[in-house]
Write a protein that binds this ligand. Sequence first.
Ligand SMILES: Cc1cc2nc3c(=O)[nH]c(=O)nc-3n(C[C@H](O)[C@H](O)[C@H](O)COP(=O)(O)O)c2cc1C
Length: 210
Amino acid sequence: MKILPNFPIVDSALPLPAQNQQFIDALTSRRSPKIVDLQNAIAPSAEELPDILKVAVRVPDHGKAVPWRFIAIDGENRGILGRKLAQILVARGDKMDAAQLALEQTRFERAPLVLAIVHSPRAHPKATIWEQELSAGALGFSLMLACHGFGYSANWLSEWPIYDNEASAIIGAKPHEKIAGLFYIGKTQIAPTERPRPNLDDIFEYWNDK
Ligand SMILES: Cc1cc2nc3c(=O)[nH]c(=O)nc-3n(C[C@H](O)[C@H](O)[C@H](O)COP(=O)(O)O)c2cc1C
């Protein structure tokens, strides 16, 4: 399916950065919701999603390798995929009671839309695999910011499926690829609460020739 954004692609000179208090406030107010708070959230519409993605993909990417792609899990496919992944655990003999099994089966139904970012490494003359992985991570956060900008919350979860080759393959990763993250997305009226943030004194120093 072709998805197209509702705004033009800018390929000419761009405006210079200028202080933008609204933008700073928006960055400072972003926070992940609790996953349970996305249960009854609303998904981006078919019109909004390409716009969100168009903003999200504006990430640094050495050599324009484009070492990432998205897989969207929505609607009834959330339940179908959840049941397939739960079946992996059942087949392996994992001891789960009925409640645990139900949680596994409904894992993707915790939000109306789940986006998998797949890290798809390329053989590239300049961009190392490490740089490509970092670009995939940057895309993860860029996606969260883009969601925030469009009024959606996003929660970045790995959990067991991204570390499991069989589950990752069912989600859609090819053998050479890795799932960078599963992003649970939705519009909710439940305000997130802040969490402690790093103390800059602990993580910052000027280099000096000691
Ligand atoms: C790569 C990555 C993977 C994560 N995986 C999980 C996870 O599997 N389970 C979890 O509870 N939190 C996970 N988190 C943390 C949540 O995303 C957490 O809500 C987030 O760090 C909160 O920070 P924020 O409010 O600044 O967005 C992960 C975070 C990152 C960056």
